[in-house]
Design a protein around this ligand. Sequence first.
Ligand code: CUA
Length: 147
Amino acid sequence: MYDKFESRAFSLTIIVIVLFMTALLYAVTSRKIDLPDCLPYNNKLYRSGVDSLGNKTYQLFYQARMWSFEPKQVCLPVGSDVDIYLSSLDVVHGFNIYDKNVNMMAVPGGIVKTSIHFDKPGVYKVTCHEYCGIGHQNMQAEIIVNP
Ligand code: CUA
């Protein structure tokens, strides 16, 4: 009646799904890793700039477009807690902060949010990791964290 191969493949699929869900739950609960949120369109968040909320807390609004990020350079004090809101003005772009666990996609019409803590001073490179046209490799920004 049952095809052995099919039932094995089905069991393996279930195991992989359960493993994936467990890893996701573990990351969010035990490791307190902040997964990017996808927010509905809101024109208050669909902009570029930096807002200081005081006490080393910031809101960073990034807009990606062919082939740059706005703001291009941001300076923050070490120990900052930052909420990043990312949007795109044209096509799909990537958003990766080198040396930080931030990897998002900027999708036109949508806003992606993540939270990050900068505990070490340095220059953090932001790069686009989704091919978006002939100027893709020049699409960079910087977050400078001062001691
Ligand atoms: Cu934007 Cu590649």
